[in-house]
Design a binder for this molecule. Structure first.
Ligand code: 8YV
Length: 302
C-alpha cells in the first residue's frame, strides 16, 4: 500500500506487518488479539490464518479479487470480507486497453527496436495491426469487462462477451461458451473472476478457437488460463500474441514467458496508479473504521 495509507493505518491502529520478517515474533505474541487483517487481492488470507486469529472480525482486501479468501468460511467464523470494488474499474479496464494497443501496435517491440539502434541502422520495422474493425471477445462481463468493452468501441472494435448471465442492458452478442466466444473474436480479453469454476477455462480448445491471428489479453487472474497451453500456443503459432498483467505464480512467473517475443508482460499493475491506489487505500481505511465502530462495512462481499 502507499506510504501515506500505511501512515494513516499506523496513526489509527497498532499494526503488525506479516510481510516484515522482523515482526514475525511480535505477530506470534499478538496473534490472539488481532481483530483485522489488511491484505491484497492476489494474496488474500488462508483458512489456516483465519483459524490462527481467534479475535478476527474483518478481512479488508485492498483489491476486488477474493479468490484467495474462502468467503463462506470467513462468514461462518463471523468475519466480514470487504473489498475496494468500484474504485479500480476504470484503471483496470485502461490496462486492458493499453495491452490491446501494446500488442496490436507493437509498442514494446518498437521501444526495443529504437533503443537497440536498429531504426538508426535503417532496419525496417514490421507493420502493426489496426484495432478498427477487429472483434473483441470479453470473457466475464462484470464492471471491468463492461468498461473495457466501452473503451474498445471507441477504437472501432466490435464487442461480444461470454458470461453465465445474459445481460439485456448491453447490445453486445452473448455467448455461454468460452471456445465459441474465442472462435468469434480477434482479441479475447479475460475479465472473469477467478473461482473454482473458471480455473483453467482458457485452455487449448479456447486458444485453438482464437486462432493464429488471435490475441489473448489477461487482466483477471493467472489461474483462469492454462499456462502450459498458452505457452505452447504462443510458441507454435496457435495464437499470434498475448498481453498479460497476471500470472499463475506471481511474481515467480514461468520463465518460458520471458523467452517469447510475442507476449507483452506486466507485473500485475492494472490498478496501480497513485490515484486509484489512494482511493483503494482510503476505502480499506473506511472499512476498518466501520468495523471498529461496530458496523458492517458497506462493501462487505460475504
Ligand atoms: C491489486 C488485484 O493489485 O483487485 C485485485 O484483485 O489484484 C489488484 O487490484 C492487488 O489487490 C494488490 O493489493
Amino acid at each position: 500500500m502507499m506510504a501515506e495509507i500505511e501512515a494513516k493505518l499506523d496513526a489509527a491502529y497498532q499494526v503488525h506487518r506479516l510481510f516484515d520478517i522482523a515482526q514475525r515474533d511480535n505477530i506470534e505474541a499478538a496473534r490472539s488479539d488481532i481483530r483485522a487483517v489488511v491484505t491484497g487481492g492476489g494474496t488474500g488470507l488462508s483458512r489456516e490464518w483465519i483459524d490462527l486469529l481467534p479475535s478476527l472480525g474483518i478481512i479488508a482486501v485492498n483489491g476486488v479479487g477474493t479468490d484467495r479468501v474462502d468467503l463462506g468460511y470467513a462468514r461462518a467464523r463471523d468475519v466480514d470480507v470487504a473489498t475496494t470494488q468500484g474504485v479500480l474499474t476504470d484503471e483496470v479496464a485502461d490496462m486492458g486497453l493499453a495491452l490491446i494497443l501494446a500488442v496490436l501496435r507493437r509498442i514494446v517491440e518498437g521501444d526495443r527496436f529504437v533503443r537497440e539502434g536498429r531504426w538508426h541502422a535503417g532496419e525496417p520495422f514490421p507493420l502493426a495491426s489496426s484495432p478498427r474493425g477487429k472483434r473483441l471477445g470479453i470473457l466475464g462481463l462484470g464492471q471491468i469487462g463492461r468498461a473495457l468493452g466501452t473503451r474498445a468501441e471507441l477504437l472501432g472494435m466490435s464487442v461480444r462477451y461470454a458470461n453465465r448471465t445474459h445481460y439485456h442492458d448491453v447490445a453486445w452478442p452473448h455467448f455461454t461458451d468460452a471456445a465459441a466466444l474465442a472462435a468469434d473474436s480477434d482479441v479475447l480479453a479475460v475479465c472473469v473472476a477467478a473461482t473454482p469454476d473458471t480455473r483453467g477455462v482458457v485452455d487449448s480448445a479456447v486458444l485453438n478457437a482464437l486462432g493464429p491471428r488471435g490475441t489473448l489479453i489477461n487482466i483477471a487472474r493467472g489461474s483462469v488460463v492454462d499456462e502450459d497451453a498458452l505457452i505452447s500456443a504462443l510458441r507454435d503459432g496457435t495464437i499470434a500474441a498475448a498481453g498479460l498483467d497476471v500470472f499463475e505464480n506471481e511474481p515467480a512467473i514461468r520463465r518460458d514467458f520471458l523467452a517469447l517475443p510475442n507476449v507483452v508482460l506486466m507485473p500485475h499493475q492494472a490498478s496501480a496508479t497513485v490515484e486509484t491506489r489512494r482511493a483503494m487505500g482510503n476505502m480499506v481505511l473506511d472499512s476498518l473504521d466501520a468495523y471498529f465502530a461496530g458496523k458492517r462495512p458497506e462493501n462487505t462481499v460475504n
